[in-house]
Design a protein around this ligand. Structure first.
Ligand SMILES: C[S@@+](CC[C@H](N)C(=O)[O-])C[C@H]1O[C@@H](n2cnc3c(N)ncnc32)[C@H](O)[C@@H]1O
Length: 250
């Protein structure tokens, strides 16, 4: 079998860019609006005049929200089409600087040039997590913050699925292949699948610690009663988390 690299994975993101973007409004898609954005914004706190990197910005909804919070935003994505769409969607007054670049190698950005780095649902999409995190560490000032979210690696694994009632109600997750680190494909409603790079929680945490990050906080987003009343389709978030969000300090 041929080795799947970040370059292979990104060709898929280029193909999906249009439909991915169509799924995203001002607050992202519904999962981001309901589960991820509230956690990310609470973790980051005040952003006024902070130099911020959105690493793997996609169509840029989060960059725009962060800019509205007062951050000075630089955004990078390895899909050229995503960057084009992000630029089209960003009003000029926001002054967000978009770059085409691979988070594993951001040589064009100088050392210690950001106070905050955010990376929303990107780190499971690239092949070399160690290299990407080392880049984030290089780019941050001492005391700077790296907040990133990923698919929860303990619950979303190659071939994991839900056990359901005959009526289709989700009961519990069937999780297999947890220790099978490596690339796998997931359907994305398109003719081609998207690539994910599965790693154990041990690999995620030990990589971050070995690079020198301090883990400040972890959140496994669930749903409040109020939100559940508005979005009953997210009831599975009460059973087990889809995502995990890390807040790290350099
Ligand atoms: C699931 S999307 C998330 C996009 C955006 N952060 C959001 O929350 O909507 C993953 C994004 O990561 C980008 N990506 C994947 N690998 C990357 C890499 N090595 N460097 C930079 N961007 C990458 C993809 O092009 C895609 O836009």
């Amino acid at each position: 079998m041929k080795k799947i690299t970040t370059d292979h994975a990104i060709t898929r993101w280029d193909l999906f860019a249009e439909s991915y973007a169509n799924n995203h409004g001002d607050e992202g898609d519904l999962h981001k609006k309901v589960l991820l954005n509230p956690v990310i914004f609470q973790m980051i706190g005040s952003l006024q005049n902070k130099r911020l990197l959105d690493a793997g910005c996609g169509e840029g909804y989060l960059s725009r929200l962060l800019s509205e919070e007062g951050a000075i935003v630089t955004s990078v994505d390895f899909s050229e089409r995503m960057i084009e769409i992000a630029k089209e969607r960003t009003p000029e007054h926001m002054n967000i600087h978009y770059y085409h670049g691979n988070c594993e190698e951001l040589n064009f950005l100088p050392d210690v040039s950001f106070d905050v780095i955010v990376s929303n649902m990107v780190m499971q999409d690239l092949a070399n997590f160690n290299k990407a995190c080392a880049e984030m560490y290089r780019l941050l000032v001492t005391g700077g913050m790296f907040v990133f979210s990923i698919l929860h690696p303990c619950f979303i694994t190659p071939n994991s699925d839900w056990e359901r009632t005959p009526e289709g109600k989700k009961l519990y997750r069937k999780v297999g292949n947890y220790f099978a680190e490596g690339v796998y494909e997931q359907p994305y409603g398109e003719p081609e699948n998207v690539y994910f790079f599965h790693r154990t929680l041990t690999t995620y945490i030990n990589t971050l610690v070995d690079i020198g990050f301090r883990i400040d906080r972890i959140v496994e987003p669930t749903i409040s009663k109020e939100m559940l009343a508005k979005h009953p389709e997210f009831a599975d978030a009460l059973i087990s988390p889809n995502f995990i969000v890390f807040k790290l300090i350099k």
